[in-house]
Each structure stands twice: as C-alpha cells, then as structure tokens.
Write a protein that binds this ligand. Structure first.
Ligand SMILES: Nc1ncnc2c1ncn2[C@@H]1O[C@H](COP(=O)(O)OP(=O)(O)O)[C@@H](O)[C@H]1O
Ligand SMILES: [Mg+2]
Length: 392
C-alpha cells in the first residue's frame, strides 16, 4: 500500500475520524501514525509545505538493529556502597555497586560506577530481576522478574512480567532493535549541523533544510542495504483535507511518488467544491490528478440500529449503566440530531441520574440532560428567533 492513498468521504458524524484511529490501533504501536487537520498547515511560523513535509517524515519509521556487547542475567546479589552526593552534600547516593549476574550456565560479579548505580537505584532493580547492561554505554534494561528465583523476595501481586533466566555466558552479544521516525532523524542530524552553525553564528533554522533530509535519506538507505535497518511505512491521516490548498495538494501528489512515502488517509465531508487557492471546482475540493491516485471509501449515516449499538458500546466504555428506555431515548436523539450529540449526552445524563440518587440512567435523565443543552439545529433556530437582540 505504500505510496497509495485512501479517501474517506461522508457526511459529518459518519465515523471517518473514528475509522482512521481504528486503523492506527490495528497497526500496532511500532507503526508510525500521524494525525493532522487540513487547517494546521496555515501556521504562521512554518511554510505550508514544511508542515506537510514534517508530517510525512513523522509517518515513516526505520527500525534499526544493532548488535551490542552486554552483560545479562538474573540479579543474584546486589551490594551497594553509598556516599555523599557530589551535587547535594546532604543527599546520600549510591556510589558504587557490586552486582552479581547469573545465567543458567554462568555467573559473574561486576563492579559498576556511579552512573550505572544511579540507574539501578532509579529503576528499583532488586534481587531476582532479569536485566541486561550495555557493556559500552552502561545503559540498563530490565526485562522482568525471573520465574521462581530462589532467595528473591516475591509478592502476592507482581505487576512485572515474568521471564525465563537466560542461558549462555553473562557477557554476550545481543541484538537490540528500536524504531525512529525519519523526522526524529532529521531533527537529530539538524542538531548536529546546528552545533557548527552556532559557532559561525548561523542560527536560523526552524525549518529543516533539504540538505539535512537528503543526508538522512542516504543514511537510512545505506543502513537498509547493509541489512541493519528496515523501513516501516506508517500512516499519515489528514482530516478535513478540503482545507488544503492547491500548493499543498501538489506537494502531496509528489510525496506519494517518492520511494520513501507513507500510506495516506484523507477524510472530507465536502461534495463538489472549489479547490482552495483556485477558481476550479472539483469533487471534494481535491485536484483530479490526486483523486485519481486515491481509493475512495464512502461512509454513510448510521442506521438507528447502528446508533443503538454504538451508544451501548460507548456507555460500556464510559462505565455507566443505562436502562432500555434510556438507550432508546438516546438512539432517538442520535437519529434525529446527530450521533455525536447523543454520545455527548451520556455523561451529563449520568450526572443527572446520580443527583437523583440512581446508579442507572433512565429515559427521564436523558430527556432532562437534553433539555439543558442544545444540538446544532436547536441552536440555529434559537439564534434566528432572537436575531434582533444579539450583537452583530
Ligand atoms: N463505529 C463506531 N463505533 C463507535 N463509535 C463511533 C463509531 N463511528 C463513530 N463513532 C463515534 O461517533 C462520533 C462521530 O464520529 P466521527 O468519526 O467523529 O465522524 P466524522 O469524522 O465522520 O465526522 C464520534 O464520537 C465517534 O467516536
Ligand atoms: Mg471527523
């Protein structure tokens, strides 16, 4: 799907935004997902195309694998020597730690200095934890609690993950992988350049230069060729895409063609309308050459049955109980006004019910709550009725 796009088209409140978020959840937390609203590109500080470019770069990840020398094992013993902190003479800090790590086959006692000792302290590492320490940087990562480790205190409720004690030597090589976005890398590369720039008084950048982006792309491609990195195309979701103008659209069309491009999900509730920045009318206010590259999905207003289902799910999520008649009342309101309005009434209705000393929301509570607020239609009627009294 990389380099392709999806356009969600449908009236307001038909679940376009909800669908895009659902897709993001399905993709998992390692897949970059960026949300912007079409109107966000008109910021005063950055160029429109820069805002879009950053959004595109935030939506592409690189998973980088590294083989690192580490010490691993279960913490068998921990001896801490404390001393006064150098920064605050009244505080006592761990100065030096002797830590004994054991695997199924090996055991080793290491002496570690202040920085590593501080991490042990901060992460609350104790006997029976399975950890690894990066041999070069001293970074400690806790994997979890060892299953049935003798001599370790265990609690009835352990919130931590239970893991096996590793096998093999304590000092070993470990493959570590982490995911960064191209935007993270851009910022990182730009910061490195910046430190030179600062020396020569060239501090101007808020926008990342093409040069920096080119070096990042080259760097990533090189790592991919070496088999160290893997590209993870993510998703860029642009809501209210009709807010973009002609320049922004041509930027997107071009971005879709590049070999580093995310999956684009666009959403709009507009029909035939003018493309911003032109006098040309086009479906959804999107230029035809971009439309041509998109898969168009229609969302339709929910039926009464669907509204009822969604309200039930929402009530469950909000952890409130509503009786049958209450659900029916909300469904009726949802069908007559809007689903969003009906959903928003659940919480006030729940407060009304509680005030009346009830745990379960009834139809009466829903009607009372609905009487306190206005939906869009009521609000428009109200404004019309009192037009002459309002400030213009
Ligand atoms: N399938 C669904 N399941 C649960 N809630 C939904 C579903 N579809 C829409 N909603 C809820 O209905 C409301 C309107 O949906 P939304 O996605 O914002 O519509 P749109 O973006 O098309 O205007 C939101 O509060 C959303 O969470
Ligand atoms: Mg929406």
């Amino acid at each position: 799907m990389t380099g392709k796009g999806v356009l969600l088209v449908g009236p307001s409140g038909t679940g376009k935004t909800a669908l895009a978020y659902a897709i993001a959840r399905e993709l998992g937390k390692d897949t970059p997902f960026t949300v912007i609203n079409g109107s966000e590109i008109y910021s005063t500080e950055l160029k429109k195309t820069e805002v879009l470019m950053q959004a595109v770069r935030k939506s592409i990840g690189a998973r980088i694998k590294q083989v690192r020398p580490v010490y691993q094992g279960v913490v068998k013993d921990l001896k801490v020597k404390v001393g006064r902190s150098r920064i605050n003479p009244y505080a006592v800090m761990p100065r030096e730690v002797q830590i004994t790590l054991a695997t199924k086959d090996d055991e080793r006692t290491l002496s570690v200095g202040e920085e590593v000792a501080a991490q042990i302290y901060q992460q609350g590492i104790r006997k029976g934890d399975v950890i690894w320490i990066d041999a070069e940087t001293g970074r400690i990562v806790k994997e979890g609690r060892a299953k049935s480790f003798e001599g370790a205190k265990s609690y009835d409720i352990e919130v931590e993950r239970l893991v096996d004690i590793p096998a093999g030597p304590v000092r070993t090589q470990k493959e570590i992988s982490f995911t960064v976005t191209l935007h993270d890398l851009d910022m990182n590369f730009a910061a490195q350049k910046l430190s030179f720039g600062l020396m020569f008084g060239l501090f101007t950048e808020r926008e990342i230069s093409d040069d920096v982006r080119r070096s990042v792309d080259e760097w990533v491609k090189e790592k991919i060729n070496q088999g160290i990195a893997e590209l993870i195309p993510g998703v860029l979701f642009i809501d209210d895409v009709h807010m973009l103008d002609i320049e922004a659209f041509s930027f997107l069309t071009k971005a879709l063609e590049s070999d580093l491009s995310p999956i684009l999900i666009l959403a709009t509730n507009r029909g035939l309308t003018k493309i911003r920045g032109t006098d040309v009318e086009s479906p959804h206010g999107i230029p035809l050459d971009l439309l041509d590259r998109l898969l168009i999905i229609q969302t339709k207003p929910y039926s009464e049955n669907e509204i009822r289902e969604i309200i039930k799910i929402r009530a469950e999520e909000l952890d409130v109980a509503i009786d049958e008649a209450g659900i029916e009342e909300l469904t009726k309101i949802g069908a007559q006004t809007s689903l969003r309005y009906a959903i928003q009434l659940i919480e006030p209705a729940s407060i009304v019910a509680k005030r009346n000393g009830r745990q379960i929301i009834t139809a009466e509570d829903v009607r009372y709550a609905a009487g306190l607020f206005m939906d869009v239609k009521k609000s428009i009627n109200y404004v019309k009725e009192y037009e002459s009294l309002m400030l213009k």
